[in-house]
Design a protein around this ligand. Structure first.
Ligand code: FE2
Length: 293
């Protein structure tokens, strides 16, 4: 059934993060990610660079009220809206000012909106600063959920994302038990959305895909110059096979720089991983030697 999902192809285009200090957070992204900042009114800001844009609004730190996926054209969007309605989805008004007229949203089991639409005309903001010319395309977003089975079912069965890899808890007999992470895709890239099991639903991270390992190094050096230290990595995720490292913004949002993300054709099965270990990092756990060692 899902081979006919009209969501394919769709890309993560932008997302909204909330902050008690949205302007200050937007200015952080201007310097750290080579973006320009403009006001969207209502205490919301657009941070935008080449192939990357974030809407930053006022709210609780680390809020992520919606994620917006871009489809190809009106025909696909219309087909997709009917597909979602037929599977029990209830289209709501699109919250984003960045898509053209005609987009819509649906509320997932955690109450976060998934937004679908067409890219509007580019505002052509010119980013400045050291990182403005560094390539980094907003590519995926990951959330934690206390309702994992419902979230997987919603994104797969109602919204038509395809399941790539899953990570599973031990079944107590050395085999794979219930899923505790699910990676989902709507184009050739291994995931544009993923969800993992947690005690409390929350945002987890968003990622920028860069063309090569050399660009990973370039971004790490750039963050180092700004005293933004690595929080996790570098390494290579097992699920997705991407090179990665992560840093945090001042609100505690996790920003991932990624390269070499696996590509998985429509209909291709993903892998099933035991939890932890290689699913997280094929290179092994990060380790920092102590000075006495
Ligand atoms: Fe990621």
């Amino acid at each position: 059934m899902l081979d006919v999902s009209p969501l394919w192809p769709a890309d993560l285009d932008h997302l909204r993060i909330d902050s008690p200090t949205p302007q200050a957070l937007a200015e952080f992204y201007a310097g750290a990610l080579g973006m320009s900042v403009s006001s969207l009114g209502g205490d919301a800001y657009l941070a935008e660079g080449h192939q990357r844009r974030l809407v930053i609004g006022r709210g609780e730190a680390r809020g992520n009220p919606w994620n917006a996926f871009a489809l190809e054209d009106d025909e696909q969007l219309d087909h997709y809206r009917r597909f979602v309605i037929a599977r029990g989805g209830a289209p709501l008004a699109s919250p984003t000012p960045l898509f053209a007229q005609g987009g819509f949203a649906t509320s997932d089991p955690d109450g976060r909106l998934a937004v679908f639409g067409l890219r509007g005309a580019s505002a052509m903001h010119v980013a400045s600063g050291a990182a403005a010319e560094f390539p980094a395309r907003l590519q995926h977003v990951v959330v934690a959920s206390q309702r994992l089975p419902a979230m997987i079912a919603y994104y797969r069965d109602v919204l038509g994302f395809l399941v790539s890899d899953t990570v599973h808890v031990d079944d107590g007999k050395g085999g794979l038990g219930e899923a505790n992470v699910c990676f989902l895709r709507a184009n050739l890239e291994h995931h544009s959305f993923a969800v993992f099991r947690a005690l409390r639903s929350a945002s987890d991270h968003f990622a920028f895909e860069v063309p090569s390992w050399d660009d990973v190094r370039r971004w790490a050096d750039h963050f180092a110059a700004l005293d933004i230290g690595i929080w996790w990595g570098p390494g290579r995720h097992g699920a997705g096979n991407n090179l990665f490292f992560m840093v945090k913004d001042p609100d505690g949002n996790n920003i991932e720089i990624s390269a070499e993300l696996e590509r998985l054709p429509k209909g291709a099965p993903g892998k099933r991983w035991p939890a932890g270990g290689k699913a997280l990092n094929l290179w092994g756990p990060a380790w920092i030697r102590d000075m006495a060692g």
